[in-house]
Design a protein around this ligand. Structure first.
Ligand SMILES: C[S@@+](CC[C@H](N)C(=O)[O-])C[C@H]1O[C@@H](n2cnc3c(N)ncnc32)[C@H](O)[C@@H]1O
Length: 159
């Protein structure tokens, strides 16, 4: 059992408040529109937040145990091989998850499943050794966007 599956039932109690702060920054800085994909969704904190605002979110995560704590449409899968057709989503979000992934594969997959004019907003763990690679690759794949220092994360937004 992976780390996150092991703490699945207590995850929201441990992390929801902290993650909600990041989500509120995403909401302010990013044009959150249409069909939304949340990559590395965990317990679907993003979906729970945006459902209340009438938005449609598909949550994707490799941990069924975490997804089971969530709500709405949830798909088991990994960022490196997204089980969706090209140009499906109007918005792709990811909150403190991509440091677990192969950065290049994950960002290219996000680009593939996002529509041409989609909003991309990714909150990335600042202390990860992959931060530099992520920032370089984000710029290469999505172009120049906004960069927000959140505290524990760096948030990149391309509207
Ligand atoms: C710190 S948690 C964040 C969860 C959620 N985004 C939140 O803000 O509460 C990191 C998440 O990344 C997921 N994860 C790990 N490897 C992944 C991969 N290859 N693709 C997508 N998500 C992955 C974990 O299962 C876990 O749910």
């Amino acid at each position: 059992m992976g780390y996150y599956s092991g703490i699945a039932e207590g995850y929201d109690q441990l992390h929801e408040e902290e993650q909600l702060k990041k989500i509120k920054i995403l909401e302010k800085e990013a044009d959150i529109k249409g069909l939304i994909l949340d990559v590395g969704a965990g317990t679907c904190i993003v979906a729970k937040y945006f459902h209340k605002k009438g938005k449609q979110v598909i949550s994707l995560d490799p941990s069924q145990k975490l997804l089971d704590q969530g709500e709405g449409a949830a798909i088991l899968g990994k960022a490196e091989k997204l089980p969706f057709k090209d140009e499906t989503f109007d918005t792709v979000l990811s909150v403190t998850a991509l440091h677990h992934c192969n950065i290049e594969k994950a960002l290219k997959e996000i680009k593939r499943v996002a529509k041409q004019k989609a909003t991309i907003a990714i909150s990335f763990l600042k202390k990860s050794s992959k931060l530099k690679e992520f920032e370089k690759m984000f710029k290469k794949v999505f172009g120049e966007g906004k960069r927000i220092d959140e505290g524990k994360d760096i948030i990149h937004v391309k509207n």
